[in-house]
Design a protein around this ligand. Structure first.
Ligand SMILES: Cc1ncc(COP(=O)(O)O)c(C=O)c1O
Length: 406
């Protein structure tokens, strides 16, 4: 082995710590909400409307199924695709609810939360240079997942003036020869907006006409309010063959800690996605898959009980925010309110969230974390007790009075 001596002519290399990270990772800014949650962790007596998860514990029948699974020795890997029982139940569930048929053997994959499904869908399908059209404000993980996969995000903005509706014409105008896919996360985190049927039809027609792939994150499909009825995008004409449907158990079944979600796609696409999953993950936790099966088979009454309670909180909370002078669009899905705070207080999103936490001990997330059009808003999750929401409204009211813009 020869050792090369460095000559004075060679340029000094940057320290490894500065060179180690890939350009893809460096291209993603640190999470806009991390600093915030670090402060939160050091405080007592905080009402947290920050984290997007149900305050309910997992319903007892589902927990019991998990315990039975462990006690009966189901402590081993499953098929890479997930247990066939869960995949069959998922396929039956999607067919019954939305009228779209998937083959449980070749078109359904059980994942580690919808989070893994989002990551897999992008990594399996994006090449460098591919553009993905993404509405914003939208869930914080979407844009980084596109960047990590090598793709490029093209944002289409939505605004409170239009009730955060996604405009199909704006989507079409964003299409370029490099556009590979359209990402739709509806019902939407953080705005609570949904896709009305006519908008969904128009988007599907655009996807078909431009031959686009569509990622549809429908994890909030069961949390729908008022007259809104969710339709799976893949059930629309021409969509099944081009849609990667993403769903999960975290929200509707209050199962965030179990880490189980799913993905459904045509066999040719799913086969590639499974490659990424099999080498990176192997299989989703067996105990969580068994609990998820119980959720699908017997959890319907629990879903409806929790949904009805979110609906009651939603109406009180949204009315309360509007009464304080914080203009809030009526969310039709998920469990978030997205009030516009800058007009009333003169404070930008991040400053509002920081001061509200410091002065009144209420945690919300700055809207700017979800995309440029989120500036001026904050996200408040109303999946917390009615009493806590009323206390939060009183504290926010005091805060707004103190900071009311001249
Ligand atoms: C829109 C959306 N998609 C996916 C996820 C991830 O969910 P999971 O717990 O299934 O990974 C979340 C969680 O907040 C979400 O809001």
């Amino acid at each position: 082995m020869t050792t090369q001596l460095r000559t004075d002519a060679e340029p000094a290399r940057a320290p490894l710590a500065e060179r180690a990270l890939s350009s893809r990772v460096r291209a993603v800014p640190p999470s806009g909400i991390r600093r915030f949650f670090d402060i939160l962790a050091t405080m007592d007596d905080v009402i947290s409307l920050g984290v997007g998860e149900p305050d309910f514990d997992t319903p007892p029948g589902i927990v019991e199924a998990g315990i039975r699974s462990l006690r009966s020795g189901r402590t081993h890997y499953t098929s890479n695709y997930g247990t066939i029982e869960l995949r069959r139940a998922l396929a039956a569930h999607l067919e019954r609810r939305y009228g779209v048929a998937y083959d449980p053997a070749r078109e359904m994959l059980v994942t580690v939360g919808a989070s893994e499904a989002v990551d897999l869908a992008l990594r399996a399908t994006c090449d460098p240079g591919d553009e993905v059209i993404l509405h914003e404000p939208s869930y914080v993980a979407y844009a980084p997942a596109v960047t990590f996969s090598g793709g490029t995000v093209r944002y289409v903005s939505t605004r409170i003036e239009d009730d955060f509706a996604l405009d199909p014409d704006a989507v079409e105008a964003a299409i370029t020869p490099a556009t590979k896919a359209l990402f739709l996360g509806y019902p939407c985190n953080p705005t609570g907006a949904v896709l009305p049927d006519d908008v969904q039809d128009a988007l599907a027609e655009i996807a078909v006409r431009h031959d686009l792939l569509v990622y549809a994150d429908e994890i909030y499909d069961r949390l729908a309010y008022g007259s809104y009825r969710h339709r799976a995008l893949s059930a629309l004409p021409g969509m099944r063959e081009r849609t990667i449907l993403i769903g999960g158990f975290s929200k509707a079944y209050a199962m965030t800690g179990w880490r189980v979600g799913y993905l459904a796609a045509p066999a040719g696409i799913l086969e590639g996605i499974v490659k990424v999953h099999q080498y990176g993950i192997m299989s989703a936790p067996t105990v969580a898959q068994d609990a998820a099966l119980e959720a699908l088979l017997n959890g319907e009454a629990d879903v409806e009980r929790m949904r009805a309670e979110y609906d009651r909180r939603r109406r009180t909370f949204v009315d309360g925010l509007n009464a304080l002078g914080l203009r809030t669009f009526e969310p039709r899905g998920a469990f978030y309110a997205f009030p516009e705070v800058t007009s009333a207080t003169g404070l930008a999103s991040e400053r509002f969230a920081e001061l509200l936490l410091e002065e009144e001990r209420v945690a919300v997330v700055p809207g700017s974390a979800f995309g440029p059009s989120g500036e001026g808003h904050v996200r408040a999750c109303y999946a917390t007790s009615y009493e806590q929401l009323e206390a939060a409204l009183a504290r926010i009211g005091r805060f707004v009075d103190r900071h009311r813009a001249a």
